[in-house]
Design a protein around this ligand. Structure first.
Ligand SMILES: C[S@@+](CC[C@H](N)C(=O)[O-])C[C@H]1O[C@@H](n2cnc3c(N)ncnc32)[C@H](O)[C@@H]1O
Length: 209
């Protein structure tokens, strides 16, 4: 599978489900008190820094949440349909079509990055390149909050995600990859699945050096 094929595959899959995804998940934070608390802590850490990118923003609900927490937040997504829905739902905010594999962002321009369940579709061999890209655009001391499905195996595990192929990662393995990209762990949260969820859910908070 080439890089381009993988990206195109993911884009086509999310374009096809964008409206349904927005209907199902735009209010999801109401059911996630632990994630809300982490987002509030993330906002406190990055508020005094530069702009904050919600990378893989989907229909923009988390970008809007970050904006509501006082951040200069904008969204980026591979799916043009997702970006279109995000712009409709949140006309005052900025949403750009783009890929986390090659961000159209200056070096050191961001105070923070939120990547909430958006690196899950990245083929494992390509993930170090994505993390290098995150490290490139973060200012020193900037933070990344990364949400993903947790697994126990040190190797990433492919699973049948409802939209398109995805991977579960052990928090230790992802923390190692992030460290190799210059992003040092600050904190992590792993919680058991709630009703309707299949896997443990993990968040890693890391800081650029
Ligand atoms: C599971 S959804 C998560 C959306 C949102 N962050 C949320 O938590 O509801 C994954 C999103 O990541 C986007 N995505 C996947 N690969 C991407 C890439 N290489 N660059 C930018 N966005 C990507 C998809 O288009 C999709 O909108």
């Amino acid at each position: 599978m080439t890089d381009q094929f993988s990206l195109q595959d993911t884009k086509v899959a999310y374009d096809a489900v964008a409206t349904l995804y927005a209907e199902l998940f735009s209010d999801i934070l109401e059911t996630l008190p632990l994630e809300r608390a982490l987002l509030a802590a993330f906002a406190d850490l990055v508020r005094a820094g530069g702009p904050v990118a919600d990378i893989g923003c989907g229909p923009g609900h988390l970008t809007a949440h970050l904006h509501g927490l006082g951040l200069d937040a904008f969204g980026i997504d591979l799916s043009s349909e997702m970006i279109s829905l995000a712009r409709q739902a949140h006309p005052g905010l900025r949403f750009d079509e783009g890929s986390m594999t090659a961000l159209d962002v200056e070096d050191g321009a961001l105070g923070g990055i939120l990547a909430f369940y958006s690196v899950i579709h990245t083929p494992p061999p390509q993930l170090p390149g994505v993390f290098a890209e995150f490290a490139r655009v973060l200012q020193p001391g900037g933070h990344l909050l990364l949400g993903f499905f947790a697994g126990d195996d040190p190797q990433p595990q492919e699973f049948d995600h409802k939209v398109t192929l995805a991977y579960r990662w052990s928090p230790d393995s992802l923390a190692d990859l992030l460290r190799q990209a210059g992003l040092a762990e600050v904190a992590r949260m792993v919680r058991e699945p709630q009703e309707g969820e299949r896997f443990r859910q993990a968040q890693l908070l890391v800081r650029a050096g």
